[in-house]
Design a protein around this ligand. Structure first.
Ligand code: AMP
Length: 417
């Protein structure tokens, strides 16, 4: 399968080639022809599947085929939950539209509105936005959504998690009824299905298997440790293993800050990235991390969602997420594109049920070890302590077909070439 055979124009094929993509990913293969046909699409896809190109390439093609406007109205809107994702989607659009006469812009909170208003005044075809700032700008009459032809909700599940449902509904009411709608979500809760039902017209469902995520490529391990020894253990692991570029997940913003300070205190360059950090601070932290100047990036799930950090060698779950799917998203940050990676989870007694849920979702038991010098206090024994060591390397086969196919999924990957 080639990008050309999916019906994309030469200008887009050229841009894609320039990015180094040799063939479309599964989601691109499935979604691009449907979107080009004008269909509403409900897509199950997460970061790493190539979903962004899956919706932006056909969108660019549709918009560039239409007649030229004197004053460009916004014809396509992409809503994203976080500023980082908005910025990333925008960067991709800029790259893919290099050989087209298409103007795009991005707006999100945490930075001054004035330059955004000035850009919008010049006319843009595609706007990437987070819901809050979009509504602010709309209230100030800095933009109009009355000419929207294509709407994309990217990472819709995360938008609902972050409480954007009301904003989304307000935004939907500002657009013409007749338009093409695309909804991308990693998970499909009842709420997502309700939302999809409320605005998609006869949507076609497309699914992308997270092909980058295979148990073969991600070496997953759990260390049993008491809560109060976790900081010392993670610092020990980073130092002992000489780890560079480590992404550490904490459950809370406060926890991220605290851990980051401790790391810095022990001589490890670290930065925290979460919702309370200013946009400038987040961008700076991410850039430093990508360049290798910052060794450890401590992040919360929401802040990390959608971040494009390729080929991370180490991901650490300082705390396990209480939503098992988040574990899959987190470890999807490592072992991408054919490279091997390591995902370490620090599991305290309190978290044993989270671990069980994760193992159930993965359909696989995680290797569990104890690091010498960091043994859990045995005066509070847990069932997990006794069970897990016996299940080392064993894989529970339940026969159930899981979305995240674990080790049973084929290990081939679209981006490996
Ligand atoms: P996404 O899932 O949209 O966040 O994309 C994840 C990463 O895959 C990004 O770094 C993209 O640039 C890259 N990517 C998207 N499509 C392809 C493709 N067909 N071949 C290789 N890499 C791709």
């Amino acid at each position: 399968m080639t990008f050309k055979s999916l019906g994309l124009s030469d200008a887009l094929v050229k841009a894609v080639r320039k990015k180094g993509y040799t063939e479309p990913s599964t989601i691109q293969e499935k979604a691009i022809p449907l979107i080009l046909e004008g269909k509403d699409v409900l897509a199950s896809a997460q970061t790493g599947t190539g979903k962004t190109a899956g919706f932006t390439l056909p969108m660019l093609q549709i918009l560039s085929q239409q007649s030229k406007w004197k004053r460009r109205p916004i014809r396509a809107l992409i809503l994203t939950p976080t500023r980082e994702l908005a910025a990333q989607v925008y960067t991709n659009i800029r790259e893919y539209s290099e050989f087209l006469d298409i103007r795009s812009a991005v707006v999100f909170g945490g930075v001054k509105a004035k330059p955004q208003i000035a850009t919008l005044r010049n006319g843009v075809d595609i706007l990437v936005a987070t819901p809050g700032r979009l509504l602010d700008l709309q209230n100030q009459k800095a933009l109009s959504l009355a000419r929207i032809e294509i709407l994309v909700l990217d990472e819709a599940d995360r938008m609902l998690d972050m409480g954007f449902l009301r904003d989304i509904k307000k935004i939907l009411a500002l657009m013409p009824v007749k338009r093409q709608n695309l909804l991308f979500s990693a998970t499909f809760s009842k709420e997502i299905k309700n939302l999809a039902g409320s605005f998609l017209h006869h949507p076609v469902l497309v699914e992308a298997t997270p092909e980058y995520l295979t148990a073969e490529k991600v070496n997953q391990k759990a260390y049993r440790v008491d809560k109060n020894k976790k900081t010392a253990l993670v610092i020990h692991l980073i130092n002992e293993g000489n780890w560079e570029q480590v992404l550490v997940f904490t459950r809370t913003k406060h926890g991220a800050n605290k851990l980051c300070k401790k790391m810095i205190g022990s001589g490890i360059t670290a930065a925290a990235i979460h919702g309370n950090k200013s946009q400038t601070a987040r961008t700076k932290a991410l850039a430093g991390f990508k360049k290798g100047e910052v060794r450890v990036l401590v992040a919360t799930d929401i802040a990390a969602r959608g971040l494009d950090i390729p080929l991370l060698p180490h991901v650490v779950n300082f705390e396990l997420p209480n939503v098992p799917e988040d574990y899959v998203h987190r470890i999807g940050r490592t072992g991408r594109a054919g490279a091997s990676g390591e995902a370490i989870s620090l599991v305290s007694t309190e978290e044993k049920n989270y671990l069980k849920d994760i193992e159930k979702l993965l359909d696989q038991s995680l290797d569990t070890e104890i690091v010498k010098g960091f043994e859990p206090d045995t005066s509070t024994p847990t069932q997990a302590n006794t069970n897990r060591s016996q299940t080392k390397n064993s894989k529970r086969k339940t026969g159930k077909k899981k979305f995240y196919g674990g080790s049973k999924r084929k290990s081939s990957n679209n981006y490996k070439k």
